[in-house]
Design a protein around this ligand. Structure first.
Ligand code: DGY
Length: 420
């Protein structure tokens, strides 16, 4: 609807901080990595130059080693914890966090480039961004897969973007809580605590942060010392897809050798992905690298290999059947956690609620595998959710009620780029 588009546009404009977009006022007052890469898709429908700028701002914070941080602290903000002085120190605050997030950017760059009306600008921006994308993807290979398994490790729940996913319960509760400085959460001042991660989880998030800080976020050490190390399906699916797009971009730029290098990562990942498939459950599962076990939790990330294009035709058929079962259990899809499970929580962050960006990714995957009807069903359902409940962070799959942050940028961007 026109009104929905107008509201979405206003949200991006309101959350624009001059070249980058905050996810939501108060709750998330900085630039978040994968939020920004998705928000750029929304900007592209309004102003191509502004879309490119979003990525430029993000990559302006890239580290020497190639890491693109999960949050960039462009300007101080007292409404967020843990901010620059926790990641760094009171004496020397850091300009960013020292961990990353699912690497959506290359996917966005290809989309912006392919759909650009201003081709000249697009080619110029592609040339500038390409080496930075490549450095980040190489960093994933060396820093997050030093043992060359084909799949990358995620070392902090915040890196997964799905902080309190039930997929991390076992691995996270194996992390001992250290003696850490007392702290006050700020998120609970913005959003009801029933919708947010729990205190026991935050204690561990902070424990990990302080352990990483103690070695200055040295990417050669973190993989080996982190007491939390998982193979996250979301990160690996997004990376796989992003590598397909990076290879495409390399070809476009005539960079054959780089295309070959990326191809090597893709090949290796393709065979490794099968080790994450749970045939009986009809779903992919994340893995705890420290115990070597697939996690038991069934989450919406389990469908993301469709977005990656890494599932086989028969796996895709299983995934589509599982998804249909889930959809039939709730009023609004896609729940982030198996609605048949006994600890399904329809309001708590990644333990049940619907996330529009995940709906977009899964829908894109369903289409690619020929499940058009199912894709249309999710699409219509998502649209209806936004029309009736507004542009929010996430939604209760049972009632549709809005939850989390309000006037939320990446949901607005999906409305502009996908549902319009
Ligand atoms: C938060 O603060 O809740 C974010 O998810 C961290 O990235």
């Amino acid at each position: 609807s026109l009104q929905l588009l107008e509201v979405s546009k206003q949200i991006l404009i309101e959350n624009d901080r001059g070249g980058y977009t905050i996810p939501a006022k108060g709750l998330y007052p900085y630039q978040w990595n994968w939020d920004s890469a998705l928000v750029a898709l929304g900007w592209a429908t309004l102003d191509e130059g502004r879309a490119w700028q979003e990525l430029e701002k993000l990559f302006s914070a890239q580290w020497e080693d190639g890491l693109v941080p999960h949050i960039v602290f462009h300007q101080p903000s007292p409404t967020y914890f843990p901010g620059p002085e926790i990641w760094g120190s009171v004496e020397q605050p850091m300009g960013s966090t020292g961990i990353t997030q699912p690497p959506v950017a290359a996917i966005t760059v290809r989309k912006l480039y392919e759909t650009a009306l201003n081709k000249e600008l697009a080619l110029q921006k592609l040339k500038e961004l390409f080496p930075k994308l490549l450095a980040w993807h190489r960093w994933f290979q060396s820093a997050r897969d030093p043992e060359n398994t084909g799949l990358v490790a995620t070392l902090h729940p915040w890196e997964s973007g799905m902080d309190n996913s039930p997929a991390w319960d076992e691995a996270l509760y194996n992390v001992p809580v250290d003696q850490i400085p007392p702290y006050v959460r700020q998120d609970l001042g913005h959003v009801d605590s029933a919708m947010r991660p729990k205190q026991e989880e935050y204690d561990r998030y902070l424990t990990l942060l302080y352990r990483f800080r103690a070695v200055n976020y040295d990417c050669n050490q973190l993989y080996f010392l982190s007491p939390f190390r998982v193979t996250d399906l979301c990160t690996n699916s997004v990376l796989y897809r992003a590598n397909l797009d990076l290879r495409w971009l390399a070809n476009e730029l005539g960079q054959d050798q780089i295309a070959e290098e990326v191809d090597g990562w893709i090949e290796k990942a393709r065979s490794a992905f099968d080790s994450l498939y749970d045939e009986e459950g009809g779903l992919y599962k994340s893995k705890d690298q420290l115990t070597g076990e697939l996690v038991t939790a069934k989450t919406s990330a389990g469908f993301l290999p469709l977005f990656a294009r890494v599932a086989s035709a028969s796996q895709a058929a299983d995934l589509a059947a599982t998804l249909e079962r889930w959809l039939n259990r709730v009023k609004h899809g896609i729940p982030s956690y198996d609605p048949e499970s006994s600890n399904f929580e329809p309001l708590r962050y990644w333990r049940g609620p619907v996330w529009v960006i995940i709906n977009w990714m899964i829908t894109d995957g369903l289409r690619a595998y020929g499940y058009e009807d199912l894709a249309l069903r999710v699409e219509a359902d998502t649209y209806e959710l936004l029309v009736s409940h507004g542009i929010n962070e996430y939604y209760d799959p049972v009632t549709g009620a809005a939850a989390g942050g309000k006037l939320f940028s990446w949901t607005a961007a999906m409305c502009l780029a996908w549902l319009s």
